[in-house]
Design a protein around this ligand. Structure first.
Ligand code: HEC
Length: 264
């Protein structure tokens, strides 16, 4: 006699602890969570596209974007990069070249006062002033000077901050997505184990690669691969869970007496 036949087996001959057999309330709870985190995931991807995606001055995420974001564009300064990128339209070419030349010549204060400050006051300070929350204030030499150093990408502080937020936040999401997916039945064991474990490995590889990319641009490829791997695991677990809850049971009338908590 099988030991995993639930009580009331005679009323519900083929019901077990699995995604197909769960009550509608549990399915709604699981599906609500899965749908919400999927929307969150899409938002996160959109945000990546707009921040990192623009790092090389062109829309769309590329290898160079990852390198510029973490390693920086070491051939130039942030100020020069912006003057040739998203700030290009804000000053006439001759003024932009004047500022860029000043940066390359060492951004000296004396020249700033005579040549650069009037340009900045005319073309930049209307947006970059002390009251412009979020934007750097370029009304003083000290503030502008900070943007004339070599662009070395994300700062140490920014990496620490984003790393710990990502590790705690994303592992939490995969805890619940993985838990729901664990209740699936009939999935090839190898795939099931891999889908549950991979996101954690990819997450650590992803974060670790940010730091490595800060040291050397070659590691940017691992940031991209790990991000893609995480997305794939997520999509796989999401689709299998939803399919078993809403298609196999209610639509295809499949019954399942397996206990997913005890068996694979
Ligand atoms: C119309 C408003 C506006 C004007 C004028 C403007 N900026 Fe900006 N600037 C922005 C905004 C918005 C951002 C943030 C988005 C971005 O980085 O593209 C920004 C970002 C920057 C950054 C990057 C700041 C950072 O934190 O990394 C630099 C450097 C910069 N601007 C330089 C300039 C210079 C130099 C001028 C004058 C030639 C100028 N900006 C004129 C609106 C403006």
């Amino acid at each position: 006699m099988e030991t995993n036949i639930p009580p009331h087996a005679h009323d519900h001959p083929l019901k077990g602890i699995n995604l197909i057999s769960f009550s509608t309330s549990i399915k709604l709870l699981f599906s609500g969570y899965l749908t919400t985190v999927a929307v969150g995931y899409l938002m996160a991807l959109t945000q990546i596209l707009f921040t990192h995606g623009m790092a090389d001055g062109q829309f769309g995420l590329s290898f160079d974007d990852i390198v510029y974001s973490y390693y920086g564009d070491r051939s130039s300064s942030t100020l020069e990069g912006k003057l040739n990128g998203s700030m290009k339209a804000n000053a006439p070419d001759e003024d932009r070249f004047r500022i860029i030349q000043w940066v390359r010549d060492g951004a000296k204060e004396q020249e700033y006062t005579v040549y650069i400050k009037p340009i900045i006051d005319d073309h930049c300070v209307m947006c970059h002033n002390a009251d412009a929350g979020g934007l750097p204030d370029f009304s003083t030499y000290e503030n502008l000077k900070k943007y004339t150093d070599t662009n070395t990408g994300a700062t140490f502080e920014a990496l620490v901050r984003v790393s710990h937020i990502h590790i705690f936040g994303i592992s939490f999401i995969f805890m619940f997505v993985g838990l729901i997916f664990s209740f699936s039945t009939g999935v090839n064991k190898q795939y099931k184990y891999a889908a549950i474990v991979m996101p954690y490995i990819f997450l650590l590889v992803d974060i670790f690669s940010w730091w490595l990319t800060k040291l050397s641009p070659h590691f940017a490829i691992f940031v991209i691969l790990a991000g893609a791997g995480m997305g794939l695991s997520f999509a796989y677990m999401w689709c299998v869970s939803m399919y078993q809850m809403w298609i196999l049971g209610p639509v295809k009338h499949q019954e399942d007496s397996r206990n997913a908590l005890l068996r694979d």
